[in-house]
Design a protein around this ligand. Structure first.
Ligand code: SAH
Length: 351
């Protein structure tokens, strides 16, 4: 029998919170397939068949924070800490450009010893000879630092708010505040950064209602990129014995975000691929249009252990590039040859 309520919602252009909760709560296989099919169509209409690759370099795994979910938390004494040298980072970026990757993501823990001017020097050096986009994912930093890095040439900043419930946020992130995170995202947008945000799906105590609020917040913030990762329990963290987030709910979140925000960029995350060998394909088939492969060189890549058994931590990053290209073409999609800048208008005046 046809689910008329679902058909009606899928036909809408604007969605209420109740609609979002309804879609995220779908349980019948046929209904979920309808949702995914619709999200795939919207992705096709607004983003085309291109998959944008964002090449990630994990430049430091030092972290001053103690988030309860993250393997890199300061208290985890089992992590072998590293900080890449500026020249190593610049050389790795140059290799990525040769591979045909047009966005470089510089990612780290919240490492206050990553110096403002050195990061600016790295950004400037990478941009000097190429027109790649640079995305920073360095955690919460000072407002002046964001400005310096923008002037040096950075284009985008990822700061996932993880959970929009401010009490739980303070609990998950060990007393950091949700308000501050959102303020920083707004400031980044005003500086002209394209902003990336996201939610961890399946954090202990999280509800569907909260994930719906996350979606509405992305809409309000005019977010340019949204990532959904299933929570994966990590040893030597307070959440080590908690269950992992659901793959299905993560895929539903991707699909719903696609319906709501139409032309937003959405990755099929590495965490999704680590829990499910077909994670990338599944994500790309229900609304996602970007991948964020990891090109951190040896020996560092083994030590960036946000969670265990990361799918991408063992193989040689440049060998697995070929496999990645095959996985994309096997599902009939094309690799993009552009920077894949935001498709959304850059309005920030209401923020
Ligand atoms: N320190 C930076 C970014 C690096 S961590 C920051 O605070 O923004 C990148 C992302 O890894 C985090 O935003 C979080 O969403 C994800 N992550 C952390 N622990 C995780 C876990 N246990 N399972 C899945 N993803 C996790």
């Amino acid at each position: 029998m046809k689910n008329e309520k679902l058909e009606n919602i899928l036909f809408k252009q604007n969605f209420s919170k109740e609609d979002v909760i309804y879609l995220l709560s779908l349980e019948e296989k046929r209904d979920i397939e309808s949702l995914f099919r619709k999200a795939d169509q919207v992705r096709k209409d607004f983003c085309g068949e291109e998959v944008h690759l964002r090449g990630v370099i994990e430049i430091s795994n030092h972290c001053d924070q103690n988030c309860l979910f993250c393997g890199l938390r300061d208290d985890n004494f089992t992590v072998k800490r590293y900080r890449m040298e500026p020249d190593e980072i610049i050389e790795t970026a140059a290799k990525l450009v040769k591979l045909g990757i047009y966005t470089i993501v510089l990612k780290s823990g919240e490492d206050r010893k990553l110096d403002t001017d050195i990061i600016a020097y790295i950004i400037y050096s990478i941009k000097k000879s190429t027109n790649v986009a640079i995305t920073l994912s360095l955690g919460e930093r000072g407002l002046d630092e964001y400005k310096t890095w923008k002037i040096a040439g950075a284009d985008r900043y990822i700061l996932r708010h993880e959970s929009c419930d401010s009490k739980k946020y303070a609990y998950y992130r060990n007393k950091k505040t949700h308000t501050n995170r959102i303020q920083q995202l707004k400031y980044l947008k005003r500086l002209g950064y394209q902003i990336g945000d996201g939610t961890l799906i399946g954090l202990p105590l999280q509800t569907i209602d909260e994930i719906a609020d996350d979606m509405l917040l992305f809409q309000e913030m005019n977010t340019d990129m949204i990532a959904f990762s299933p929570f994966i329990p990590s040893p030597f963290t307070p959440f080590q014995n908690k269950p992992a987030g659901s793959i299905e709910l993560t895929l539903k979140a991707i699909a719903v975000a696609r319906l709501l925000l139409k032309n937003v960029h959405i990755p099929a995350t590495t965490a999704l691929d680590s829990l499910d060998p077909q994670g990338k394909e599944k994500g790309l088939n229900c609304g996602a249009n970007i991948l964020m492969p990891n090109y951190t060189p040896y020996p560092y890549r083994e030590s960036y252990r946000i969670y265990p058994n990361r799918r991408d931590s063992n193989s040689d990053p440049f060998d697995s590039h070929k496999m990645l290209v095959d996985r994309i073409s096997n599902i009939g999609r094309d690799i993009s040859f552009s920077r894949g800048d935001s498709l959304r208008n850059s309005s920030f005046l209401h923020l």
